[in-house]
Design a protein around this ligand. Structure first.
Ligand SMILES: [Fe+2]
Length: 235
């Protein structure tokens, strides 16, 4: 069975061009997009990785011989459609900086230390109720040269794979109370203030593990009035 997906951005999504987010000035399309109809192969696949996801892939603090430095946290929530129905069996991948604000990436020149016990990537598959859960460390803020004295608020990148390649969605989760949030051009590219707030996780005592780690709840809604903003405006 295949499903047609709407082409184009939804109201909650940021536009291609948001001049304060400097990289969008050169990478945004200069001409109207040409809509190419979906093909059967796009609508039916491919789907990556579900078979090989291990339970340990969702614990970013146990991927090396020692524990990473930083504040251990739990991030969990539900993936639902616009009517609150769960989206099961969705591959969620996350990537993030370490507690010092540094990525394991050749392009990251931030003079902060790498952590030999932290790669910063994890994945899991949503259960029958659309739930997911990661254990990780709280990422640090990092500078990014977008403008003078520009710092990204602490954030975790999320990618969701649905039933086919066309249903990949990418977004970022932020932490409540971060003073850098109002200054962030990437978050401010989301046109609607209420939609921006949906990218900020909530501290959640129910997700918090006593004597172990604070918990944050980040629910993801795929469309509708409460839709989570996504960076890639194709759904
Ligand atoms: Fe980032």
């Amino acid at each position: 069975m295949t499903t047609e997906y709407p082409l184009g951005a939804l109201a909650a999504d940021p536009p291609y061009l948001h001049p304060d987010y400097v990289a969008t000035r050169t990478r945004s399309p200069q001409k109207p997009l040409i809509v190419i109809p979906h093909t059967l192969s796009e609508l039916s696949g491919p789907v990556y990785g579900h078979e090989s996801v291990r339970p340990s892939d969702s614990d970013l603090t146990r991927q090396h011989t020692g524990e990473p430095l930083g504040e251990r946290i739990i991030v969990g929530g539900r993936v639902t459609d616009e009517d609150g129905r769960p989206i099961p069996n969705t591959l969620i991948e996350i990537w993030q900086a370490n507690a010092a604000g540094r990525y394991i990436h050749a392009g990251d020149r931030h003079p902060a230390p790498l952590d030999p016990n932290f790669t910063g990537a994890g994945r899991c598959v949503t259960d029958a109720d659309g739930r997911y859960r990661f254990v990780t460390v709280k990422p640090g803020a990092y500078p990014w040269k977008n403008h003078a004295n520009a710092w990204r608020p602490a954030h975790i990148h999320f990618s969701l794979f649905g039933a086919s390649f066309l249903t990949r969605l990418v977004t970022q989760m932020y932490f409540p109370g971060d003073p850098l949030i109002p200054l962030d051009p990437i978050l401010n590219a989301v046109p609607d203030m209420a939609a921006r707030q949906r990218l900020v996780a909530a501290f959640d005592l129910a997700t918090t593990d006593p004597e172990w780690a604070l918990g944050y709840r980040f629910d993801i809604v795929l469309r509708g009035r409460a839709a989570t903003p996504f960076e890639e405006p194709w759904r």
